[in-house]
Design a protein around this ligand. Structure first.
Ligand code: AMP
Length: 271
């Protein structure tokens, strides 16, 4: 991939990278669209990164749809799809990991030990393999955005990290490949995440500023859904992911499926 990128660079192109784990949906495609608007060449990577999954997580059953993914990306007009095999990314003898401190250690980082080290390592490798000018990430994974921005700055990559808004279903559920795990009842119940964020954004817009009250409203909305079990709900700063801040972040289990969502309460909730 690097040779192709170098040639494009010599030819005067700008390169956008969209890292994904495949099973593409409209959320992914919004990143691709934006990358195509901003750059003359766009690379989409599809790689289900084993080292960002913890033991007992869903690596083995993570959804894939390779033919459909390629069809969607061809229609979107991307320049290249980078689909390395796991044995190419992590050949025998490889021994390097990228560890981001601070923001990577709290909330998702604390709930999923090793997750952000896996993410940071694969993102650093994708940056090296594709040498982009810009890389595109979704606000849906807000803490991942903060980790990647930290990494891009701290490793002097010169790569611009571009963040795209969360694409949602009509009932507010953030699109996610993991939504495919939800049964019909669970799918209905999953709307409680966005309902909780919407309620908190409304309270904030009405002048509520007490983090405990805002959080209590979120917890109450989630508690009203019998199929939901709260993992965490916090109001944090978007750079450090520590309180105080206006970004409400949630992790909720619906049955066996763990979903995350977030919203900056200083902005109206969409829809
Ligand atoms: P994934 O394949 O889940 O690793 O996601 C690849 C990229 O798509 C990440 O930057 C995600 O944040 C982004 N993404 C996933 N879901 C959405 C969504 N609903 N809206 C916007 N971006 C998303």
């Amino acid at each position: 991939m690097l040779e192709t990128s170098r040639r494009w660079r010599r030819e005067g192109h700008t390169i956008g990278l969209v890292p994904t784990m495949g099973a593409l949906h409209a959320g992914h495609m919004s990143l691709v669209k934006r990358a195509c608007e901003d750059n003359s060449k766009v690379v989409v990577s599809i790689f289900v990164n084993p080292i960002q999954f913890g033991p007992g997580e869903d690596l083995e059953r993570y959804p894939t749809s390779p033919e459909r993914d390629l069809e969607l990306l061809e229609q979107a007009g991307v320049s290249a799809v980078y689909r390395p095999a796991a044995a190419v990314m992590y050949p025998p003898g490889e021994a390097t990991r990228v560890s981001v401190g601070g923001v990577a250690n709290v909330l998702e980082g604390a709930a999923r030990p090793g997750h952000f080290e896996g993410v940071a390592t694969v993102v650093a490798k994708l940056f090296s393999a594709t040498a982009p000018d810009r890389a595109y990430f979704g606000q849906k994974d807000a803490q991942q955005v903060a980790v990647v921005k930290r990494l891009a700055a701290d490793l002097d990559t010169g790569i611009e990290v571009c963040v795209c808004p969360t694409v949602r279903e009509a009932d507010g559920l953030a699109l996610s490949s993991r939504n495919a795990y939800l049964g019909p009842e669970e799918r209905r119940a999953a709307a409680c995440l966005s309902a909780a964020l919407r309620r908190a954004a409304w309270a904030y817009s009405e002048g509520e500023r007490d983090p405990a009250s805002l959080k209590a409203g979120i917890v109450q909305t989630l508690a009203a859904e019998p199929l939901a079990r709260l993992d965490y709900a916090e109001l944090v700063d978007p750079q450090t992911f520590k309180p105080p801040g206006t970004v409400a972040v949630l992790a909720v289990r619906i049955g066996k499926t763990r979903l995350i969502d977030n919203h900056d309460l200083a902005h109206a909730f969409p829809g």
